[in-house]
Write a protein that binds this ligand. Sequence first.
Ligand code: MG
Length: 203
Amino acid sequence: MKIICIGRNYSEHAKEMNSPVPEEPVVFMKPDTALLRENAPFYYPEFTKDLHHEVELVVKISKAGKHIGKEFASRYYNEIGLGIDFTARDLQAECKKKGLPWEKAKAFDHSAPIGFFVNVDELKDKNAIDFHLEVNGKTVQHGNSRDMIFSIDELIAYVSTFVTLRVGDLIYTGTPSGVGPVKIGDKLMGYMEGKEMFGFEIR
Ligand code: MG
């Protein structure tokens, strides 16, 4: 399986990064070794001094497809979950400055913690999914899928023009504003529509 990530999909986050609001989706990938499941602890890597949390809705692909039309995209997923796109912000800034790819900053081992998934049919409205991240009991990021610049269906259509999607692939759909550093000892808890989706510790 592969992990496809979308950058700058919420305008308030693009603003806080001093990045322009994109005219088309910003796409990058993480390998399957980036996954961190079942609330396992995350070990702070030695190569960064500025590790940031980015909480994101995650779409699980349920049917293989290529060149998927936006109007058919909803047939290609039936579960949505919540995860973190951990980012070594210091390395990312260096990569950006040099015009280099972001993999070192984004695709490292366990950079993609993932929690539970919920069936789309159980959601009130998949285009207005409320989610938030708490660090040590304090809400640090709060988002709603209605504020996405590109909707889930638009993202599937766009990504599948370049990359074949397969069953089990994950799409991290971008983070709302409020990204910030984590430190050893922090407890991260993610909620979607009020339901606890993950909870793990930084060690
Ligand atoms: Mg992200």
